[in-house]
Design a protein around this ligand. Structure first.
Ligand SMILES: [Zn+2]
Ligand SMILES: [Zn+2]
Length: 94
């Protein structure tokens, strides 16, 4: 009986932890282009979603209209999958 009750305790603790994690999600502090608050949920201590993170590294490519690409990449100087061809057509040894 002692084993069963401790198992129940562990299970309820696990359920509590899971629901606590869900409650920890906070809305992104960023705003969308239309000025509305961003609806993306983030996990503290993050305050911005991946689209609004000021520390995010963006694609080194440029869009057709000449503006910098906003796609997030993992490394500085990387290209998103849309612009990976730009890195090939513009080699480093220009
Ligand atoms: Zn956001
Ligand atoms: Zn890009």
């Amino acid at each position: 009986m002692k084993f069963l009750s401790s198992l129940t305790l562990i299970l309820s603790l696990a359920i509590l932890t899971l629901s606590a994690n869900n409650n920890d999600l906070k809305p992104c502090a960023g705003t969308t282009k239309s000025g509305q608050p961003c609806n993306m949920k983030v996990t503290p201590p993050e305050t911005y979603c991946r689209f609004h993170n000021p520390n995010a590294i963006h694609c080194a490519g440029t869009k057709k209209d000449g503006t910098p690409c906003k796609m997030q990449v993992t490394k500085q100087g990387d290209y998103c999958h849309y612009h990976s061809s730009q890195s090939i057509s513009h080699p480093i040894n220009k």
